[in-house]
Design a protein around this ligand. Structure first.
Ligand code: NA7
Length: 530
């Protein structure tokens, strides 16, 4: 059987999958999304842990493709909490009647290109097979949870929780002794909330992380009114900025600015809070000397917040600030002043194993009622490689990506015809505001498909040369940044056997969009349209 059930199969019904469905419907194409979860939302469906919230201001972390949608939706806080973001995703699904094109509770396990039939054969975990002309992966960058390889993990007799797969029913930690393993963004967000309930909280830290205060607060109605009245200009301006994120970025170099002035800028940005802390100077992530000034500034802040000097020193990161993604917290460092919260440094003396009663470390078992694993994600490529994807001649994507992900403009892979990756590896993705990047990616690929239809072509495929050139360009640009010198989930450094490659495109959103536009202007340069 080689007929096509749908024009397009989409994997995932997060923000990317939902917008794809909307676009394909507008184009008069039939599309079906398969989604493992029982509802829309993707990352925001799974990450329900306490304290989960977005680290991009909510007025900017939203769709802009529909003016009525962006005018009608009300965000309650500067950085909205997960339940509200999930409600927004659900509202979008209702508003555009998207659920009728989504099959929930269904995981795509395999996707094979059929060379003869020139279409994709998709196998789902219900044992069914579906065929489509196009295959689009909208699987998210941070959606494959990293279950840590700690011996005895299943022996624990208390409750184990994973931040990336949090229960759908409320978890009450009252009266409990709780352990949190990890000190990334997720751990910082969840532990502050858990500490409010638990009898005791012990945070197990392998590597300290830099965090900037969120200064989260209810939305200011005047700010919202200003934003809504000026959305077209503000959104357009954001697209001219490196991260697709509206903020004041300065081209000055910290190393050429008097130290007091640099400190004053950092102080103002600390007071303002948020991810753009390093944006006051252009060299913060490119010049060690500049980076050290910012890192020292935050270390001094940690020392001034945390009362116990020993704990403060343990919390002070020693690596590049911004090397790992900056965390944005709501009282993480201050939490360690609470008498029932303690920090256990496992850098020198690692966790040996999990026992039925708790955590064995340094020959001693620390007893807990609950253990929370905030141990991150198999980021960017994890969700692709969990699917058995095969392109021309049965070539497996995992083999093609053996030495690290290879794409052309982050959206296509040579040898995998009619397959698209939304905000895929080699696109700016996680280094930018994800919603506008998703919209840009979806619009680019749906326009490419529309062009093919007009030209009556059946196949679009990146050439091996175009892919090789893009991979080389992505690597070249990454080399200049201090980010590539730190082990992180950006470069696979958080997962033992992952190839060490800086996966997102570090050249910024405007440069990336320009390159994608040039591909179109040059008649889909780097692609073959057959
Ligand atoms: P991260 O930032 O990857 O953090 C994971 C944390 O878990 C980090 O502190 C790790 O320490 C720690 N970890 C991982 N495995 C272990 C084991 N086996 N033992 C002890 N500690 C471990 O993930 P998040 O989920 O917090 O955040 C990911 C992104 O999501 C974030 O940047 C935001 O963009 C949203 P390590 O640093 O590896 O020593």
């Amino acid at each position: 059987m080689d007929h096509e059930d749908f024009d397009v199969i989409v994997v995932g019904a997060g923000f990317a999958g939902m917008y794809l469905l909307h676009r394909f419907r507008q184009m008069g194409m039939t599309a079906r999304a398969f989604e493992t979860g029982s509802d829309v939302g993707g990352t925001w469906y799974w990450n329900r842990y306490p304290g989960a919230r977005v680290d991009v201001e909510s007025m900017q972390y939203s769709y802009q493709f529909d003016e009525e949608l962006q005018q009608e939706w009300e965000w309650s806080e500067r950085y909205s909490p997960q339940p509200e973001i999930l409600r927004y995703a659900q509202h979008v699904a209702d508003r555009f009647d998207l659920r009728r094109d989504i099959q929930f509770n269904t995981r795509v396990v395999a996707a094979h290109f059929d060379d003869q039939a020139v279409n994709w054969k998709i196998t789902t975990d219900d044992g069914k097979q579906t065929r489509s002309r196009f295959f689009v992966l909208a699987v998210g960058c941070l959606s494959s949870f990293n279950k840590p390889d700690i011996p005895g993990l299943d022996d624990f007799s208390g409750n184990s929780y994973f931040t990336g797969q949090w229960p759908h029913t409320p978890v009450d930690f009252s009266g409990q002794n709780v352990a949190v393993i990890g000190t990334g963004s997720t751990a910082m967000q969840s532990s502050v909330e858990i500490a409010k309930q638990a009898k005791s909280l012990t945070v197990f830290q392998r590597t300290p992380n830099f965090s900037i205060p969120a200064h989260n607060r209810p939305q200011d109605p005047e700010y919202v009114a200003y934003f809504k009245a000026n959305y077209p200009e503000l959104r357009a301006k954001a697209k001219t900025v490196y991260g697709g994120l509206l903020d004041d970025f300065d081209e000055r170099l910290a190393v050429e600015t008097p130290r007091e002035e640099v400190e004053a800028v950092l102080e103002a940005r600390w007071k303002k809070g948020g991810l753009t802390f390093l944006g006051g100077f252009a060299d913060m992530l490119y010049d060690h000397r500049a980076n050290i000034i910012a890192a020292d500034f935050v270390r001094d802040k940690i020392r001034s917040i945390v009362e116990d000097p020993e704990t403060a020193e343990l919390l002070c990161p020693t690596n590049i600030i911004g090397g790992k993604r900056l965390c944005v917290d709501s009282g993480y460092y201050k939490m360690f002043n609470l008498p029932h919260v303690q920090l256990v440094d496992i850098a020198g003396t690692p966790i040996e194993r999990i026992t039925p009663e708790g955590i064995l470390r340094g020959g001693e078992v620390l007893k807990f009622d609950s253990i929370v694993y905030a141990t991150g994600f198999d980021a960017i490529t994890g969700s692709y490689l969990r699917i058995d994807i095969r392109g021309r001649n049965g070539r497996a994507l995992k083999d093609h990506w053996e030495g690290g992900p290879r794409t052309y403009i982050g959206m296509a892979v040579a040898g995998f015809p009619n397959m698209f990756t939304v905000t895929g590896p080699g696109s700016p993705s996680v280094l930018t505001n994800m919603l506008p990047s998703i919209e840009m990616s979806v619009e680019w690929m749906t326009e490419a498909i529309d062009t093919m239809r007009r030209k009556q072509k059946r196949v679009i495929e990146a050439t091996p040369q175009a892919e090789a050139d893009w991979v080389a360009h992505v690597n070249d640009v990454a080399k200049g940044s201090l980010r590539s010198t730190v082990k992180s989930w950006y470069n696979g450094g958080n997962i033992g056997d992952k190839p060490s490659v800086f996966m997102p495109y570090i050249g910024g959103l405007p440069a990336y969009v320009r390159k994608c536009d040039e591909v179109v202007e040059n008649d889909y340069r780097g692609f073959e349209l057959l």
